[in-house]
Structures are given as C-alpha cells and as structure tokens.
Write a protein that binds this ligand. Structure first.
Ligand code: NAD
Ligand code: UDP
Length: 316
C-alpha cells in the first residue's frame, strides 16, 4: 500500500484521481483550499479509513510523509485563473517550490500537472514536447501559462540539482463528470446551456480547434507516468489527438442532448489559441502504449448524464 498525497484533490481531476488510487488499494491524502474544488466532489470517499482530507493552501509550506505526490492544485479554467491572477501564479510557482521541497525532504516521487497552455497560441501543429511554444508573457492568460512554465523549470532544476524524482505531464483539454458547472470551460458551458435551453455561446466564429480528452484516459496516463523509472522525467503530452472545431463541439452537444438551444456568437477572448492538438507519440512510447481511447460522443454522453442529475438535484 502506497501513501499518496494529491494537491487539488477536491477538484475535477483530483477527485477522480483520489477515487481511482483508493480503489487500487492505496492510502490517499487529499489537500485542497476549496478555491475551485468542493467537498461534494469527495464526500463519498470520507467513509474510507484510508482517505484523509486536509484543508491547506499550497502557497504555504506543508509537511507529511508520502511515497508519491501528484501536484494538481491550481485553478484551471480561464474564468477562475483570471479572477485573481497574482494568486494563480503564486499557486503555480510557490506551490511547486513547496511540493518539490517536500519531495526532496521525504524522498517522494512528485508529478506536476502541467498544461498544453505552455505552448500558448502554437505555431507548430500538432504540438510535440520539443516545441517551446508561443506565449504572451503579459496577457490575461499569462498568470496561468507563465506560472505553469516556471513550475516546469523548477521541476527540472530540482531534478538536475537535487536528483528529486520528478514527472511532468502536459495535460490537454480534459472533460467529464465533476467539472464545475460555472467554471466557464467550453464543455461544461455548452452542456449546461443545452440542458437548460439557454443560448450556446460560441466565442469568435467557432473555427478555433481543441482536442478533448475524457477524464478516464487522463487518469490512466497520469498513473502510468508516476509508475515510470527515474530516467523518465517528461514533459510528456497526455491528450486525445482527435481535433474538433468549437462549432463542431456545439453541434455535437446539441445533437446528443436533443436541445432546442440556439447558437449565438460572442467576442473571442484575447490570446485565445487558434488551434490545439497533442502529438502523443512520447506518451505512447514511454507509457506502455498509452493512448486516449474514449471517443468524444461516448465521453460527452457520460458528462451530459452527470449534469442532468446535478441540475435535477439543484431544482427547487
Ligand atoms: P479544478 O479547478 O477543478 O481543480 C483544481 C483544484 O485545486 C481545486 O480543488 C482547487 O480548490 C485547488 N486549489 C487551487 N488553488 C489552490 C491552492 N492555492 N492550494 C490548495 N488547493 C488549491 O481544475 P482541474 O481541471 O481539476 O485541474 C487540475 C490540474 O490539472 C490543474 O493544475 C490544472 O492546471 C491542470 N490541467 C487541467 C486541464 C483540464 O483540461 N482540466 C488541462 C491542463 C492542465
Ligand atoms: N469557448 C466558447 N464558448 C464558451 C466557452 C469557451 O466558444 O462558452 C471557447 C474558448 O474561447 C476557446 C475554447 O472554447 O476557444 C476552449 O475554451 P476553454 O476555456 O474550455 O479552454 P482553453 O481555452 O483553456 O483551451
């Protein structure tokens, strides 16, 4: 039985990871300050004696014994990370320093949840790990993009200087049950809008692309990455390489929900990447043939089911 610390464990990805690692027979410590996560995401795990919940902000130092650390704490949706940009960058940078310092002291493996946003508005397509990116350092997305880039630098430097056993994973757009209904990300927005017969809000003309990965595929990639030997540090892209325009996504959500919502167009936010699609050949090579398996329609149906129940529960 391993003792595993998950920062950001009450969030969308973190709560699924807590559940999966507990089910695999590990002891899990979930650390979260509930900025965007919530107790309701992990409440069903509290009855498990091998699950521990700690309210803590990772910008402050923290000490515990653990074998592995998954560092997921950071708001991930543009609406949330732009709400308090200084706090966002502190969470990425000071959080990384605190978790790396802890990993060094207790000799734990530590995995960083990095992001496809390190590629910014990419000029190379698809994006491979060798691409250095095209990031605006002073824009509205910079607190997130540059914070995550700096965290990657810190992870590599702790590896070179202190031989800390690090893993960096660049996560591409991931969706599924337990996304926050109001976090502004495109999948949750479109599904909630369709289910409540509100207008579907496409930003720009909807020709920008994203590649959507279902949560189960990401979990498998994260766990396989943590299981690699010391020589594998990453960064490794984890994402679904099947690319869709945002307009195609809106049409799929409308078709799958049978909604009567109409599509409306709103201004495109600044620095919104034009295209995004991962080159996943590294993940495939290093992680035992890992590849994303869940097609968009199948993942969307599960996500729609989740939001249907959530909306039902919240109806007065
Ligand atoms: P989320 O907002 O649901 O989860 C983030 C969690 O971190 C929340 O529970 C939040 O309360 C917690 N948190 C935030 N600041 C904290 C702090 N200072 N101290 C302690 N806890 C804090 O987002 P998510 O989608 O689950 O993302 C998890 C991680 O994966 C993030 O690091 C994000 O950058 C990364 N990521 C996610 C995606 C995606 O598509 N979902 C893509 C790329 C990277
Ligand atoms: N988007 C949209 N309507 C929405 C929310 C988002 O058209 O209601 C667009 C957004 O402008 C971007 C894409 O969908 O081009 C993905 O947005 P999201 O915030 O989910 O993720 P990110 O931009 O970080 O990839």
């Amino acid at each position: 039985m391993k003792k595993i610390l998950i920062t950001g464990g009450a969030g969308f990805i973190g709560s699924h990871l807590c559940e999966r690692l507990l089910n695999e027979g590990n002891e899990v410590i979930c650390l979260d300050n509930y900025f965007t996560g919530s107790k309701s995401n992990i409440i069903h795990l509290l009855k498990n004696p091998y699950f521990e919940l700690i309210r803590h902000d990772i910008t402050h130092s923290f000490f515990i014994e653990a074998d592995e650390i998954y560092n997921l704490a950071c708001p991930a949706s543009p609406v949330h990370y732009q709400y308090n940009p200084i706090k966002t960058i502190k969470t990425s940078v000071m959080g990384a320093i605190n978790m790396l310092g802890l990993a060094k002291r207790i000799r734990a493996k530590v995995l960083q949840a990095s992001t496809s946003e390190v590629y910014g508005d990419p000029k190379e397509h698809p994006q491979s790990e060798a691409y250095w990116g095209n990031v605006n350092p002073i824009g509205r997305r910079s607190c997130y993009d540059e914070g995550k880039r700096c965290a990657e630098t810190l992870f590599m430097d702790y590896y070179y200087q202190n031989k800390v056993r690090i893993k960096i994973v660049r996560i591409f757009n991931t969706y599924g049950p337990r996304m926050h209904p109001n976090d502004g990300r495109v999948v949750s927005n479109f599904v909630v809008q369709a289910l409540t017969n509100q207008d579907i809000t496409i930003y720009g003309d909807g020709s920008q692309t994203r590649s959507f990965q279902y949560i189960d595929d990401l979990l498998e990639g994260l766990i396989r990455m943590m299981g690699t030997g010391e020589e594998v540090t990453g960064p490794v892209n984890i994402g679904n390489p099947v690319e869709f325009t945002i307009r195609e996504l809106a049409e799929k959500v409308l078709a799958l929900t049978g909604s009567k919502s109409k599509i409306i167009y709103k201004p495109l936010p600044a620095d919104d990447p034009v295209q995004r699609k991962p080159d996943t050949s590294q993940a495939n090579k290093l992680l035992n043939g890992w590849e994303a398996k869940v097609p968009l329609e199948e993942g969307l149906l599960k996500t729609i089911e989740y939001f249907k129940n959530k909306i039902e529960i919240n109806r007065p």
